[in-house]
Design a protein around this ligand. Structure first.
Ligand code: V47
Length: 372
């Protein structure tokens, strides 16, 4: 089927996509600068269906944020609090383990664990937390700690990043989430998150994790002060590392939520921008297997549309989300498995429950027992 492309600057890109050729930096810019969302979406969907057919993935997971205390004070963030802030919280190890169990009724296959950069919690504390979770929930995959948290723990423990990762892996870390990447460009980073590791350090930490055999996700935060060049540069740098390690499993474009942040004057992203970021990512990141439409951030309604514009994954049940809700997200805290199935089916896609590494999970209803 030939789709009409209104924006004729996209014709050379269509030819490349149809021939399975890699897109250039300039192609990325042309995609972002186009308003022909149907043409960009058509091309992204072509790649998405080539890779995954009609399947859309989701998982049954639970987010755990052990602390919101953070020394970084990023302007982009509403979650992090100063250690002396009366509203700040830090869970005890017992509380983390107990909180983890509260999602158990739906047979969770993944704990997604991220938090602030706490000035007192040690690497040993995190190792103990992971060991305790593994002991209590041996079948659950621990997707834990962003590159930013790992680099911070390494610095505080006076260890190299590699040795820190070895300690965490031996304690039970199975993979790493994709957060903290934001935008790699230094000018942007100095404004939105000046006290955390720079873009090169984020990529170096990811490389070290991948070299140890750990998979991870990757993200990009858009809709603040970055421009199209910054976004394409970010995607190109992720793509270059992926050429080397092939260990990024999924990419998640994250829409900036301004409420309660120091960048509150910036408006929210539009549905148009959210869909375009999914589509352009699918087209530029030809070597990253999965593109996630994170429903908490996009709303289930837009995430569902994204399944026809390049995304093949909706993320999960989540149960309890704090980072986006502190920044004004109005979505639910979590969704039930049945609701995810419904969203996917109503988009005409075939739902497949996956584990963190995208292996299918089979359930025997009604116990929702994991049999993989
Ligand atoms: O690292 C923080 C971003 C990330 C705000 O790997 C904000 O499967 C928008 O990384 N507005 C955390 N974004 C979320 C994240 C994630 C989510 C879902 C799945 C996975 C995965 C990873 O959220 C942070 C930061 O980049 N963030 N504050 C804000 N105000």
């Amino acid at each position: 089927m030939q789709v009409v492309i209104d924006d004729h600057r996209l014709e050379p890109i269509r030819e490349k996509v149809e021939a399975g050729e890699r897109l250039s930096f300039e192609d990325g810019l042309a995609l972002y600068r186009s308003h022909d969302i149907l043409a960009v979406g058509y091309l992204a969907n072509l790649v998405r269906e080539r890779k995954h057919g009609n399947v859309t993935y989701f998982n049954v997971n639970r987010h755990i944020n052990p602390t919101d205390v953070c020394v970084a004070s990023c302007r982009l963030c509403a979650f992090g609090k100063r250690v002396r802030d009366p509203k700040a919280y830090t869970m005890s190890l017992e509380e983390v383990w107990q909180r983890a169990g509260e999602g158990w009724s739906e047979a969770v296959t993944e704990f997604h664990i991220v938090g602030g950069l706490h000035p007192e919690l040690t690497l040993d504390w995190y190792c103990e937390m992971l060991r305790g979770l593994k002991q209590r929930f041996p079948g659950v995959h621990l997707k834990a700690l962003t590159m930013v948290e790992v680099a911070y723990l390494a610095r505080r423990a006076k260890l190299g990043v590699r040795d820190t990762l070895v300690r965490l892996r031996d304690a039970g870390m199975d993979s790493l989430p994709g957060g903290g990447a934001e935008i790699f460009n230094e000018r942007v980073r100095r404004i939105i998150c000046d006290h955390k590791i720079d873009g090169n350090e984020w990529l170096e930490t990811a490389r070290a994790a991948h070299q140890l055999g750990l998979h991870s996700n990757c993200t990009m935060l858009y809709g603040h002060i970055e421009n199209e060049e910054d976004r394409v540069d970010h995607l190109a740098r992720l793509r270059a590392l992926q050429d080397e390690t092939a260990s990024f499993v999924a990419f998640i474009p994250l829409a900036f939520h301004p409420d309660n942040t120091a960048l509150q004057h910036i408006g929210r992203t539009t549905g148009f921008a959210d869909i375009m970021n999914i589509a352009v990512a699918r087209l530029m990141l030809d070597n990253v297997p999965h593109i996630k439409a994170y429903w908490v951030m996009m709303t289930p309604r837009i995430a569902q549309i994204a399944l026809r514009f390049g995304a093949d994954d909706l993320d999960g049940t989540i149960v309890e989300e704090r980072i986006y809700h502190d920044a004004g997200a109005t979505t639910e805290q979590g969704l039930r498995r049945a609701e995810l199935l419904q969203l996917i089916r109503k988009a005409g896609r075939e739902p497949v429950e996956r584990d963190t590494l995208y292996r299918p999970v089979e359930r025997t209803e009604p116990a929702l027992r994991v049999v993989v």
